[in-house]
Design a binder for this molecule. Sequence first.
Ligand code: SF4
Length: 320
Amino acid sequence: MRVHQYPLKTGISRTPEFEKKGLATHAVNVGTKCGHGCLYCSTGAVLRMHPSFCACGENPFAFDYAIVDPNTPDRVAQDAARIQERGLVQVCTLTDAWAPEAQEHQLGRRCLEAILCQPGWTVRILTKNGAVAGDFDLIERYRDRVLVGLRLTGTPDEEEILKVIEPYASPIRERMVALCEAHARGLRTYGMLCPFLPGIADDPEQIDELVRFACECGAEEIFAEAVNRRGRGLILVQEALAEHGYHPQAQAIATIRNRVRWSRYIVDVINRVQHSVRQFHDIGKLRFLLYPGDLTPEDLVRVRKDDAGVVWLGKKQITE
Ligand code: SF4
């Protein structure tokens, strides 16, 4: 893993997109390339024009490297003190403050300290790394102002397959242990279930298991999202699975690269998640993030018939 350092300019920024999702009003990011290396990560596409890639001599769509700014907490501290209109900050939205290269500089902990020492801010942590548990002592001091979330991308029985797709993130069991510990220590938690990869995490029993687990960990809300069809993420996932001998799973990914099948897959996942949340939690706590633009007209009608828990996003936002 090559690790580059690059000085960024932003500390805390507004995030209208995450505000629409109900996740956060503000964002903090500790770099431009996350070392967890998830093959479906969309950050490379979002930040493809960012000068850090050229300066570091890297391709934004490639892997096996990270770009981090160790001075991020200094800018975050300045912004946390300067910004008058305070709100909910997500750490992070495009990278992961507990990824290995960020852990080297304790960026997660230092960003939390920088934000929380100022009144009026709350923080949503989103990570795929169990190392966040090392900062629970700090979070305990601000327990009412921090929401802890570990992204769950599958059940523990799929851990080996997920290692192929998310090579440097914590194994699912470690993420689960960290979320359990957060709840046991009386911290506020939420569920983040995505991307429900077909053939790996979209089976009704697997979805039940993940939803039930989030409930047992005291999740105040359960966010869910299906995999994004755009970009090269699905192709990379398919190729890596095939290369490691997971041919049925690779074929399941190949299937949803077709728009009509992807649309049907989304409808099925929404129905399964709604069913699980109704069974184990409260449908009013579900936030299924959905960009309807890629759904077929027929599937759009299907979802609209029962869109409990669906957060409609994008240009074709449905407002009725
Ligand atoms: S943890 Fe998130 S930001 Fe990091 S590589 Fe994976 S998807 Fe991208």
